[in-house]
Write a protein that binds this ligand. Sequence first.
Ligand code: NA7
Length: 539
Amino acid sequence: MNQKGTYDVIVIGAGFAGLYSVHLLREHGFTVRALDRADGVGGTWYWNRYPGARCDVQSIEYSFSFNKEIQEEWEWTELMPAQPEIEAYLNFVADRLDLRRDIQLSTTVTSLSFDDAGSEWTVDTDGGDQFKARWVIAATGCLSEPLDPAIPGVDSFSGPTLYTSRFPREGFDFTGLKVGVIGTGSSAVQSIPIIAEQAEHLNVFQRSAAYSRPADNRPLRPGELEEVKADYESLRLRQRAAYAGLVSFGAVSFEGVTPPTRRILETPVEERLAALEELGWSAPGAWADVMFDLEANQAGTELYAELVRRQIRDPEVAEALIPHYPMGCKRQILDTGYFETFNRDNVTLVDLRSDPLVGITSGSVRTQNREFDIDVLVLATGFDAMTGALNKMEITGPGGRTLKDVWEEQGPVSYLGLAVAGFPNLFTITGPGSPSVLTNMVVSIEQHVEWIVDCLDHMRDSGYQRIDAEPGAQEAWVDHAAGLVAGTVRNSDACNSWYLGANVPGKRRIHMPYVGGLPAYRKKCDQVAADSYEGFALA
Ligand code: NA7
């Protein structure tokens, strides 16, 4: 074991959250070391480099607001940024702020243990390095721990097996190959059109059809970025005041749009269909009742089905591409040419609902009724979201219990998504119980990093060595968050989203992201800080 010294703070992760944490902590005079398992910075945007990987938030919004020079200097080229551009942006930020000297790459944190007497964490890594720190900030990402799809025989496949979430850095040429893609979440939906263009044949293995709509991405027009930069602060203020920390989703602006008041169940069917002509892909969700009533939701889904049918030549394929679960329960996907891909002669949709996946052999994917020869397997099978990366590390609190044990027993509980009772001086950025993945992540990350650094300032100035969430405050927050989502479509029994942990066998079913919106959440965090960190015990 190599003793690598003592820091005020160890930051785990060097994506958006880790980079900003290192910068702000240094500005506030704390000593800090960030550790990341990747050999480059970028976090989620380092790993998810599959073909077509792109953000669904506009580049002008999906960027740091804390540094005016960076905001001024960086030139986005597209409305919605592709992975290489976001990764390049984060490398630019790391260089511009000289962050690399405080970041140790290719280092995986294996365990954290809290020393009760000294009130400090010991941090162990895979390479045998050991660090000590009073505080730890887990900037470990919400979608960073790939889920093992546990498909029988997956290890026996003799060709390349590519996870979208661990795609080779040098890319992969599918030309002339028979490809099988398993999964139809956003990683698959973004990569399928590009793989289809290269492959000899592509089989898409779909368990649940996706709710997707065209992204309408495009290059930024000459002068468009300059116009935003001329008054960037106004956009930033509007973002912060918005429910999800953004004023548009994809190419669709929310500004000036009033929430729908018309109820689909009170609208005659022919008028519902007329909405398709007027609103296109926005029509299925443009009703007051679709997110709160399953029957209304079903009516919305029927409108969505009609839009899908219009894209697909083969009626049987079209029916298979229509989701069978409530709209809005999983994340809306934005695509570029997804549905059109299923009109290609070299693409086959394999509907696993009617013909379940049985397993994988050395050269094929087998379903109950058929066998598909393949040369390359692409697994777009998702993540152990929000808690996976934290559970992967053995985090032991002062009482000897691990965070994994606590979450297994109680579900992924947290006070404000910032800290878990029983794990003092450990902060989680965009943890379960915070708005996180339902918002523009960059806005949520900035809010969390700033709140945490203010808290550390307060502790240092007041001579506190220890902060721990109080179990009662945590329970009240968990109850409040659960109350807001109860009765909505998101939480219905018919919904099996990763928001609920439903994609991970055995995971306790709790809607992890907070649905109350970012402005209300920020107000709560500010109030907690103003009231001497109400709900936290300081010692
Ligand atoms: P997702 O959205 O979790 O999608 C994973 C997909 O893989 C989904 O279609 C799953 O079907 C499917 N899946 C997972 N395991 C299996 C097995 N064993 N057999 C067949 N199909 C399987 O992950 P993504 O990476 O696409 O996107 C994650 C987030 O990144 C996304 O929400 C955006 O926020 C950005 P299921 O739906 O579980 O039936």
